[in-house]
Ligand binder design. Structure first.
Ligand SMILES: [Zn+2]
Length: 109
């Protein structure tokens, strides 16, 4: 119960600082998706559904992602923890270079 209230409060604060757009915009910009296994996938399409979004990779994977600024994927993208580009996605070199040169500023407020 306590935990739930905490969660709700946290979500309210996060929404106030546009959390719903952040991961979406991030992915929409770099068009790359960091998978849990450390593989970097190319994003074919991205569909905004409010609190969630649907990510479709070039290798044919499609999944629903919770759009949160503190999500694993947002963190992984910003920190560039995914080093292995997906072979099936065939991410062009320029895209990877662009990504590696992107500066992620931490605009928390
Ligand atoms: Zn892939």
């Amino acid at each position: 119960m306590d935990h739930k209230i905490k969660e709700a409060k946290k979500q309210k604060v996060v929404r106030y600082i546009f959390k719903n757009q952040r991961l979406f915009l991030l992915i929409n910009k770099v068009k790359l998706w960091p998978s849990r296994s450390g593989t970097l996938h190319g994003v074919k399409s991205l569909e905004n559904r409010g609190n969630t979004m649907v990510v479709t990779t070039h290798c044919g994977e499609s999944f629903v992602v919770w759009d949160s600024k503190n999500s694993r994927s947002a963190r992984w993208l910003r920190n560039r923890w995914c080093k292995n580009p997906c072979k099936k996605c065939k991410i062009p070199e320029w895209k990877l270079t662009k990504y590696s040169q992107t500066v992620f500023t931490d605009a928390r407020r």
